[in-house]
Design a binder for this molecule. Structure first.
Ligand code: RP5
Length: 161
């Protein structure tokens, strides 16, 4: 099956953070592709990816970057697909630089920004986006939410023992 979600990042050094997005998508059986597309080092390649993403069948893009993290916003500017931004924490500033670079988008070009290092939630948000028009995914998400509740109740019970 053709990939439905693109998981892209500014550098291969982002992968240890970003792989959690892929894991979340895989848990729900969502096909995805991965790639490195740097807004600063390979700008034309990034634009080619963004402008062709919808016609290639992608339905959402998860983009992670750190520091001057312009990849999610630039990709969002060149596609109509929903873009989820993942601020990748680097050595300095604890990822606050990445977060602010991604979240402070101008009106008209939204990026759904998750927490610093929150690649798993980015994957889960992409699943929710796809689930809006996919009843099977909706029921998988309902099961998943219910498993989270069960886990908390089990931990609560264990604490009270
Ligand atoms: C950003 O610069 C990348 O997304 C990465 O987080 C950061 C550092 O990249 P490398 O120098 O490790 O390639 O564009």
């Amino acid at each position: 099956m053709a990939p439905q979600v693109g998981v892209i990042m500014g550098s291969d050094s982002d992968w240890p953070v970003m792989e959690a997005a892929g894991q979340a998508l895989a848990e729900f059986g969502v096909e995805y592709e991965v790639g490195v597309y740097s807004a600063h080092r390979t700008p034309q390649r990034m634009l080619d990816y963004a402008t062709s993403a919808a016609s290639r069948g992608l339905r959402a893009i998860i983009a992670g970057a750190g520091g001057a993290a312009h990849l999610p916003g630039m990709v969002a500017s060149a596609t109509v697909l929903p873009v989820i931004g993942v601020p990748v924490p680097l050595k300095y500033l604890d990822g606050l630089d990445s977060l602010l670079s991604i979240v402070q988008m101008p009106a008209g070009i939204p990026v759904a920004t998750v927490s610093v290092g929150g690649a798993r939630n980015a994957g889960l948000l992409a699943v929710r986006i796809l689930a809006a028009s996919d009843l099977q995914l909706q029921s998988k998400l309902a099961e998943f939410r219910s498993s989270l509740e069960t886990l908390v109740l089990e931990k609560d019970a264990a604490l009270r023992e």
